[in-house]
Design a protein around this ligand. Structure first.
Ligand code: CMC
Length: 428
């Protein structure tokens, strides 16, 4: 039977703390009273043993390689549902009925346009700006355009802001791409699916009809599903932390995008493809494996390893299957895919990777697919951000609706100078 108290001995005193169970997964020791009782903090940089919140949205068992959204396994969602359905599920907690899904899809489609003045905003960026830089700026700027959905105390406004963010991200992403290649922006076509509309806004041109390829549309939709949410990862925690101060939702999501950009997080898909291209041919793999294992070389195998998954990342399996489908459909014979497959095989048998439980993650194969579809590497993280916005808004709504919600304010172990007197500059 599980303990309901944990006892801490400190300086000869003993303190009891409640142990709270989850519906599944590790229980937590509730240490909220610890500082008041003992005057001590816990020390956990990188939050490797810290649950920062209570949540009902996503569950991960990293040892078993399990990922559930509202209880549903990611493999089933990726195979059988659509991104719109998953967005509804994350936001509302249940799978939608047919009618609810139609209504939700319709609502999202009514928010796909961007305020016309935002097009001018794009023109302030250099043409060679990274699209993630543009996305951070434009999403942050949404709060300057949609004042009627920034009152976070009003659940209706919160939902409108959530719908706006989910709906406008494809438009913002496609416009960032169009701007970088000097093509005109395309307005959304709401007769298309969420994903079909995004593909058209990205790859279509005003002079021609764009026909959405159903295989690519399905693959892209699945990639969005696989990236939709992932529990309290760095960018989601950033969104929650930003939101805990009462910041408006557009600012919070912009903060999440900034965090996602890093190569250890969402930027890994771009880095993984760049790495595969740099390796180039199968015969060069051992050289890169050796570098990844060398403690004196900062090189890491991008797309490998995960803070939580110490078994295969279940998203990587679906991603690999999708890569096969897309490459076959497009008739792409990219040597990069051979390098990826071989690298995976070699790493999976290598003692270093086995011992450290380093497996391919979601980003390992996604770059291969996105590149085959025609996206430049700089767009990869933008697509991740587009999809993750559903998770971010769901997590943000959950946090704001929680009556126990407090501003996030971690403490520290201070190891700097103790108090000393100021010395005037002439005497130093
Ligand atoms: N290649 C080589 N060695 C690695 C790798 C890698 N990709 N990942 C971890 N290690 C080693 C690391 O050097 C360390 O070795 P040691 O114990 O001897 O110091 C050990 O494995 C544990 O690594 P860590 O950095 O302490 O683990 P972490 O949980 O803090 O980091 C990670 C997780 C994802 C940041 C890391 O595995 C990594 O940098 N991977 C490459 C980047 C990547 O693919 N990121 C995408 C993650 S999935 C999508 C997402 O969440 O955004």
């Amino acid at each position: 039977m599980m303990a309901d108290k944990a006892t801490l001995s400190l300086n000869g005193d003993s303190f009891d703390y409640d142990v709270k169970p989850g519906t599944v997964g590790p229980e937590v020791i509730d240490i909220r009273k610890l500082y008041g009782q003992t005057g001590a903090f816990t020390f956990d940089p990188g939050f490797t043993s810290t649950a920062s919140c209570e949540s009902k949205i996503t569950y991960i068992d990293g040892d078993q390689g399990i990922l559930l959204h509202r209880g549903y396994p990611i493999e089933q969602l990726a195979e059988q549902s659509s991104f719109m359905e998953v967005a509804y599920l994350l936001l509302h907690g249940e799978l939608p009925s047919g009618q609810e899904l139609d209504k939700f899809t319709y609502t999202i489609s009514r928010h796909t346009m961007l305020h016309e003045q935002l097009a001018t905003f794009y023109r302030g960026f250099r043409r060679d700006a990274h699209p993630m830089a543009i996305m951070c700026g434009v999403v942050g700027a949404l709060s300057a355009f949609y004042h009627d959905s920034t009152d976070i105390t009003d659940p209706h406004q919160r939902m409108v802001a959530s719908h706006r963010l989910i709906a406008k991200m494809p438009t913002i992403a496609a416009m960032a791409y169009k701007y970088s290649i000097g093509q005109p922006f395309l307005y959304p076509d709401n007769s298309l699916s969420y994903t079909g509309n995004f593909l058209r806004m990205t790859f279509g041109v005003p002079a021609e009809d764009y026909v959405v390829d159903p295989v690519i549309e399905r693959a892209m939709d699945r990639i969005f599903i696989l990236h939709a949410d992932h529990e309290q990862n760095a960018s989601t925690s950033t969104v929650r932390l930003a939101g805990s101060s009462g910041a408006n939702p557009f600012a919070c999501i912009a903060a999440g995008i900034a965090c996602l950009w890093g190569p250890a997080h969402g930027g890994a898909n771009e880095a993984a493809l760049n790495m595969l291209r740099e390796i180039g041919t199968v015969d060069r793999i051992p050289e890169y494996i050796a570098r990844a294992k060398d403690k004196n070389d900062p090189f890491r195998l991008m797309g490998f390893g995960h803070r939580v998954y110490k078994n295969y990342d279940p998203r990587a399996k679906v991603m690999q299957k999708t890569a096969n489908e897309v490459l076959e459909k497009l008739g792409v014979d990219d040597p990069i895919f051979d390098v990826a497959r071989e690298l995976e095989q070699i790493a999976l048998k290598d003692d270093y990777f086995v011992e450290k439980k380093l497996y391919p993650n979601v980003d390992f194969y996604s770059g291969v697919i996105l590149s085959a579809i025609g996206f430049p590497t700089s767009m990869f993280t933008v697509l991740f951000a587009l999809a993750r916005t559903t998770g971010w808004v769901a997590q943000w709504n959950e946090m704001i609706s929680d009556p126990d919600q407090k501003i996030g304010r971690p403490r520290q172990l201070y190891t700097g100078a103790t108090q000393r007197d100021y010395v005037p500059v002439g005497k130093r």
